[in-house]
Design a binder for this molecule. Sequence first.
Ligand code: ARG
Length: 584
Amino acid sequence: MTLVSDLETRLQDAVKAIVPADALDGVTLSVKAAADLRFGDYQSNAAMMLAKKAKMNPRQLAEQIVEKLDSDGVCDVSIAGPGFINFTITAETYSRLAADLLNDERLGVPETGEGHTLVVDFSAPNVAKPMHVGHIRSTIIGDSLGRIGRFLGYTVKTDNHVGDWGTQFGMVIWAWKREVNEEALTADPLTELLRLYRLANDAKKADEAIADECRQELVKLQAGDEENTAIWNRCVEFSKNGLGDIYDRLDVSFDHWLGESFYNDRLAAVVESLEAAGHARDSDGAVCVFSGGELDQKKDPFKINRDGEWEDNPMIVRKRDGGYNYATTDIATIDFREQEWNADTILYVVDQRQSLHFNQLFDIAKRRGCQADLVHVAFGTILGADGTPLKTRSGDLPQLTDVLNDAVTVARKNVEERSRIESNEEKDKLAELIGISAVKFTELSHHRLSDYSFSLEKMVAMEGDTAPYLQYSYVRIRSIFRKLETTPDLSGSLTLTEPAEIHLARMAVRFGEIVPTLLDDYRPNLLANYLLELARAFHSYFEACPVLKSEGDVQKSRLALCELTGQILEKGLGLFGISVPEQM
Ligand code: ARG
């Protein structure tokens, strides 16, 4: 049980002894970490919440609760302001909890996800177009949510719903037939496929007839034409290899890789069932889903207000030419995930610009009886230094690989200047780790819905709110242990007395409280903030409390705190898919 839930239980027991049971109906008595340590470690507004229902004065109610509250030496309890109940955890409690955490491989994190299947749909680039930096947010956030879910005990299924079907293939096939360079394809598949895609794109912009030819190639592919299918297979194969290299480099993997094409032969039946149930009907030769009419128009994703009039805003599920699209595939995908995987929750980690698509998709899924919780885990845009969406000099979207390479180059320069490591090979390895970690951490330390600008110098810096700062904190801890002559025995009780060491223990205990909240609103940035705060607490502690120069039980306690901090940093960064070096 976490410290905060222990306090909640004590509070609830006290309240039950005072307030009539019916006053407690529908009320959650919660305890929260206090924002300001002057008011204790934790705080509850329970008395204020209950006062009205119990027809009592909040402050008096708080006094009665405190009197009844059995704190069992865990904390001191006091009252502030109109009736806040403050809990100040004692040094003994922190000493005991820190010692417990050292023996707990879960580091205090409860398994809150047991029995629940969580599908994380993320990354999902469009095959034959390389992943660009927009996909970076999805890849990093999605991978982290999967790791967090797994650690919390959920049955997690990560799925890369790659765009391996559709319009772009008509274009790539068109260009492939005219210009494919087999050598380039083997050497750098993603770049060659991008070249073909751009070639077709430019050509069709210049000539409407070519646009038609591209569409024809797609129709042939979808009708099973042998030559086009063979080209498509090779495209997909090459793209997957190219993507695989990037995922390896990012240490990202998927349980499933069911792209859009996987659902192809289910789409006709989906559209039929939509029509049969009256959700979809013909509109100008296309088949469209319209409003179910149950929602207020303002909330109905199938309605749009144009000049003061509410109009239909349908979702096309079969195009006039008979082709199916992104939306149709997504409906089939939900059916599959519910039926085959028993999904309880499905997360879609996708750019917020697709919110209309997901609002419509979720609405129609619910109308068709989908039971799973469907969540669009949306995110904003990555900006360049000038505050506009990040672009290359030629105005294209930057490729993910280039961004990673740039980060590693800057990290390599820092390593050259600052690291004590001698071998060039080791330096290269460290720079690769720092560069990639920096890109990941920068992403995960921002609120996913906010736009953020990409500053390579800042994100690889050793000082500041960065991955290298956290990695350096870890390395510093490891170096303390290297300096010891023997491996110390850290088991048994701890005695913490100095404010800086008590504060570090306080932060360590909060790990188990923070991690389960990360999936409340899918906000890994709360963990990033926490880890930075933990590292800062460690550095203050390390300055205030000599470790190597102390002796006996004091040294043992201090070493134990170092060890615990190191373990939490490693585990916490691990939930971001970031590993820690032994030296920097
Ligand atoms: N391929 C899409 C894109 O790049 C993202 C797909 C997200 N997943 C989904 N089930 N729609 O925009």
